[in-house]
Design a protein around this ligand. Structure first.
Ligand SMILES: [Zn+2]
Ligand SMILES: [Zn+2]
Length: 264
């Protein structure tokens, strides 16, 4: 299997990254995509990807970091993205959910930073890895305006959440959709009205991507501890259960999906 989205550059992995990666490989995770959230973290994910053969980098500025950018950030990002272990531009998008005690980055700034990164991804012919929270209408509107220029496939939405209509729009634009350990959680997440299992049931398996978002979103029954890429197998098992199929099938199809998106 492949973990298409995690953050092994975060401090939670500082002490035991070697073991974390080894555990993933031993569990049958063939590739791990480590994702940047700022210019500085994007530099870090590239450095880490150079160090570990099975680790790849996705680089970009997360909407939470969109108001902390220096003047030439997009040129910096372009330089970083030219490394051969970089597979995509992400995680980029919009996030209107309150975080850090009520803080939401100005929507206009978020949109501007998102659009600049879509344009960079088109210029470099790299797929997008989209982050969206409570901003689904605006995300679709912006992506639609670039539709004719998109790669085929254009990329994936990471940690998909929303309603069936939004899912239809994302699939209609050619995107794949990623699911994480939160599909094992009971009930709805704050602010959501459609269960992740319903979205997963609707999404065709040949458009689904597996991910962990480690160190966050630890799947049951490990919830409460740090998440790590080896747990993508638990995510795969949960997808298999919801889709009434086998783990082997989920492994086979999602691995092919991810390789197709990122051209590996
Ligand atoms: Zn995200
Ligand atoms: Zn993430």
């Amino acid at each position: 299997m492949i973990d298409a989205h995690c953050h092994l550059n975060f401090p939670q992995f500082q002490k035991d990254l070697d073991e974390v990666i080894k555990r993933a490989l031993d569990a049958g995770v063939e590739k791990i995509m480590n994702v940047g959230t700022s210019i500085e973290e994007s530099r870090k994910v590239v450095e880490l990807a150079k160090k570990y053969e099975n680790l790849y980098a996705i680089v970009g500025v997360h909407p939470h970091d969109a108001d902390r950018l220096e003047k030439n950030w997009i040129l910096e990002l372009e330089k970083i993205a030219k490394n051969e272990k970089v597979l995509g531009i992400g995680e980029v998008g919009l996030d209107y959910f309150q975080h850090e005690m009520g803080k939401v980055v100005d929507r206009k700034i978020q949109k501007d930073v998102f659009v600049k990164q879509i344009e960079l991804s088109l210029k470099l012919k790299l797929p997008l890895q989209i982050h969206s929270r409570k901003a689904n209408g605006d995300i679709i509107d912006i992506l639609k305006s670039y539709k004719i220029e998109f790669l085929n496939p254009p990329g994936m939405f990471h940690c998909f959440a929303g309603n069936i209509d939004y899912l239809k729009n994302a699939l209609g634009l050619g995107f794949y959709v990623g699911f994480d350990g939160n599909i094992t959680y009971e009930g709805l997440a704050p602010g959501e009205n459609t269960a992740l299992s319903d979205l997963l049931e609707y999404a065709p398996i040949d458009r689904i991507v597996t991910e962990t978002d480690a160190p966050f979103l630890t799947p049951e029954p490990k919830r409460g501890s740090r998440n790590e890429p080896s747990y993508v197998i638990i995510v795969g098992n949960s997808i298999a259960k919801i889709k009434h199929t086998s783990l082997e099938k989920v492994d086979d199809v999602t691995t092919k999906n991810i390789k197709k998106i990122f051209d590996i």
